[in-house]
Design a protein around this ligand. Sequence first.
Ligand code: PMP
Length: 411
Amino acid sequence: FRAPLLPLVGADTLVPVLDGRRMRQANFDAAASAPALREVADRVTEALPWYASVHRGAGYLSQVSTALYESARERIGAYVEARPDDIVVITRNTTDATNLLATVTPGPTLALDLEHHAALLPWRLGAGSTVLTPAPTVAGTLDLLDAELARTPYALLVVTGASNVTGEALPVDRVVELAHRHGARVLVDGAQLLAHRRLSLAGSGVDYVALSGHKLYAPFGAGALVGRRDWLDEGRPHLAGGGAVTAVGTDSVSWASAPARHEGGTPNLLGAVALATACDVLAGAEHALDEHERALRGRLLAGLRTIHGLEVVRLWPEAGEPVGVVTFTVPEDPTLVASVLAAEHAVALRAGRFCAHPLFERLGLPAGALRVAVGAGTSSDDVDRLVGALRQVLSEGPRGRYREDGDRALL
Ligand code: PMP
């Protein structure tokens, strides 16, 4: 498969059934799960007639399916510019990838409290983890990490590639430099980042990256863990079963080396094809997408500034330009505001704490906030519609209105 280079902006790049305009819904929830690209749907449809067992059958279709699966693995690795010796394990999603890495991490892990639960919790099950509250500046946070890494011999430092709450991140090159200086490896949680911008393992020195297809405009089903071979070759198999072994006796097992070691069971061919196609398209559209998102994010922020009482959540105001994710607080219950926006304005966004409970606890926002994600399918009309709808809902005051209307209450 070779995906053509698409401009990747506008709803026409998405599959029609999920096209925002046909649904008459302005979708700002791609940070949770993005609509599928047309190119992804086309390549999956093309692969279906060839679909057969991967790594198992001798038949021609099985051979083609195996080749498609291994080609997908290669292209996923190429998207993150894996080093020649790196391993690409195809997983279900980022959560699956971080859980896999946690089982093979040979020591304690360090993270900041802004991480998604998928990047925090797996290490609580294993060799232990420490969670730090970052300083209010990037430089202060790097100093904090430096001091903690000097104090304790961590095996791994987990950092977000882009926060799913604010779109922000620490400068990855500096994080890698200081972690490696103290003998720790670095995992970048790429779930959000890679839908917006690329990451080069070879160029940055990042040791591992975890990612999810359904954030990258492929449907749910496949993700990946990409990175250094040794822990993956030596660690406990993630999914024990067929394909993960070279030989099994009644009381003996020879485990395969990675990636097969961690991919027990029949591989998800169509998920891998979808994810790899999304990677191909995103790789060819990086600059167009980045420009599109910067413009929309700027338009959104300008619009939000015109509405009284909204506050955009930023962790490090001096940090570089965040990716296309904006979270803000509202002077009403955010869940109710999101429900009214959906029901009355067909504007879809997400309310809550976005699987980042420790961060919201620190921010003192127990009810959470509203999150808007802009991406490939978002237009400037969508942004204007959101801003207009938000202004209207907040000026009318959803609570009072729905209380008066009695059983029209939405929640
Ligand atoms: N990390 C981040 C930053 C995320 O935004 C998400 C998804 N919300 C995850 C990890 C987990 O991804 P998944 O649900 O696909 O495993």
